[in-house]
Write a protein that binds this ligand. Sequence first.
Ligand code: G3I
Length: 340
Amino acid sequence: DTSLRALASKQGLRIGTAVDAAELGTDKPYTDIVAGQFSTVTPENAMKWESVEPSRGVYDWKQADELVRFAQQHGQAVRGHTLMWHNQLPGWLTTGVANGSISDTQLRDILHQHVTDEVTHFKGKVWQWDVANEVFANSWETPGADGLNADDFWIEHLGPGVVADVFRWAHKADPKALLMYNDYNITGEDGTNVKFQAVYDFVKKLRAQGVPIDGIGEQGHLDTQYGFDAHRYQADLQAFGDLGLKVAVTEADVRTFVDDATDQVPTDALAQYAQPYEFSELLKGCELVRQCVSFTAWGVYDGDSWIPGTFSGEGYGLLYDVNLKPKPAYSTLQQDLKLA
Ligand code: G3I
């Protein structure tokens, strides 16, 4: 068995993918790849707040439950994503806050309830939770207390103390789940290591205060032109590991730049080398750090990815092409896992 999941299991590592809950079960080749290649799955959108509580007090767990059931049937561990994030909040919540019908005190209670209800619903079924997502400032944003992003929705309304609180609330609801802080650009793809230092100092402080935080997810959204510093990335993962934390690569993709004329071929001649290389460095960083528990790609194939919707003229960042055929990046990861 040379599937990614079989090769990775020999070193106690889980290999994962983000899953489009609507495509799972309806698209057979897609579903076969998810089941056959990966030992952990992350719902790309199905566990986000707008998905699970579209109207206030009315929960819809259908898609997420189906995904969890699929995972159980296929011996996969679920990464729950995500409990506190400024994006994909339900309209009733953002509107209520904007028009003043939800006060900050009420907002705090609503968040507490949300975290408790969601973690309780999936109690015993989620391996890792991305408890808080993307609350630290990048070098181009305004750092507030502890280097948190002062303009983040949650920090702005509830203050920096809310980060420790969501971990406490989640832990209370499911004491066995691994509770992660998840972010991009922690290891500075922007040439600085501002975010790493802030996250490092902050989690060190939280741990000293007994806050139940178990690990750090480095998302790993890269591109073929900017590259990244693989040595620093590994050192950063190790630094978190040395604090007694688990680490995970949670949202790996390496986007390339699309040719305007064909809308297919990356314009960057080096992309065909850079993409497998960068995937490989992300995986190797994880393999070389004992505390790294999982490596997850942010989607299965180039036909279904968030990239073109966010970065116009960019795409093709995953392990399978638009026809669900494995790309060189796939074979490279396979090779890395074989050699380890
Ligand atoms: O569900 C609606 C559908 O009803 C509607 O017809 C359609 C029309 O556009 O939109 C659908 O919602 C989209 C949703 O994905 C589900 O497909 C949203 O517009 C779209 O914005 C949303 O994008 C997601 C994005 O987060 C939004 O923040 C991406 O799929 C998802 O990959 C992306 O994931 C994030 C991680 O959660 C956190 N880290 C960064 C990463 C990439 O942005």
